[in-house]
Design a protein around this ligand. Sequence first.
Ligand SMILES: Nc1ncnc2c1ncn2[C@@H]1O[C@H](COP(=O)(O)OP(=O)(O)OP(=O)(O)O)[C@@H](O)[C@H]1O
Ligand SMILES: [Mg+2]
Length: 302
Amino acid sequence: MSVPFDDLQVALDRLDRLPKQERAAAVQVIHGWLATQVEAEAIAEDELPSEFGMIGATPAMKQVFQLLGRIMRTDIPVLVLGESGTGKELIASALHEYGPRRRKSLVAVNCAAIPANLLESEIFGHVKGSFTGAHKDRKGFADAADGGTLFLDEIGEIEFDLQAKLLRFLQDGEIRPVGANTTHKVDVRIVAATNRNLLERVQQGQFREDLYYRLAVMTLELPALRERSDDVRHLVRFMLVRQGEDGMPTATISDEAMEVLCAYAWPGNIRQLQNELVRAATFASDGVIQVDDLSDDVRGAS
Ligand SMILES: Nc1ncnc2c1ncn2[C@@H]1O[C@H](COP(=O)(O)OP(=O)(O)OP(=O)(O)O)[C@@H](O)[C@H]1O
Ligand SMILES: [Mg+2]
């Protein structure tokens, strides 16, 4: 595949036609091109540490925000990668809420939570009588998201057969409800997320290579919180204020307690930090979180 290209969509369409063995290299080329686009924009020193409703001042997060801004107005499918609790779902809502599709629905499907035999009908709908219990025609999540965004969370858990149907949907925008003879077009932007190593699953034969490369063209990788520890103090301030607004226990925080939070590795990432702050605010006796109010795990590491 030759770059530069003016339009990512063109590159995507071309990617589908490439021989299998050339796809990985082509995706690398596209990523390289995107990286140069990101570097081309200067990052202002005095920028607020928040964009698209997300906190982040570290270079890694600024890169995420810039990429987000760049792809916001497109319909290109996005694959969001990152450990549990790093903000993958928040990225999906940002893509929807700040993009041109915001007036239509964002429909989130947790692919890991729906039994495999029901997932196809949940996404694509079904016609009456297509399986036991299908008493009437029913539209699926893809139809519900028409004009908007379909967020396929935990996409790594989808079974092989359904992966092929998803790929077809990504390629031509058509869906066939379970049991139907006809297809119809649906206009959705797909955002997929996983905390799994999808490439490893491809190598293990559990995830289709063609679907992987189709999704991997536009990958947003969220760094673990331990790789952006300079963001912890911003997140803490942001979350303590938000807790108060949401009617949850809140407090201010001592410098010492803040230092302990900044030094901790946060294996559960931002979600764990959030839970820790609710807990600590509940224990804070005089409205100020002290080191003693933090959980043993967090304190023990310091
Ligand atoms: N950059 C951020 N700024 C502010 N809040 C954030 C940020 N990233 C994540 N959060 C908050 O942290 C929590 C976890 O985020 P989210 O649910 O998006 O993570 P996730 O990667 O989808 O997690 P999981 O893999 O467990 O589903 C949410 O309450 C979210 O609002
Ligand atoms: Mg999630």
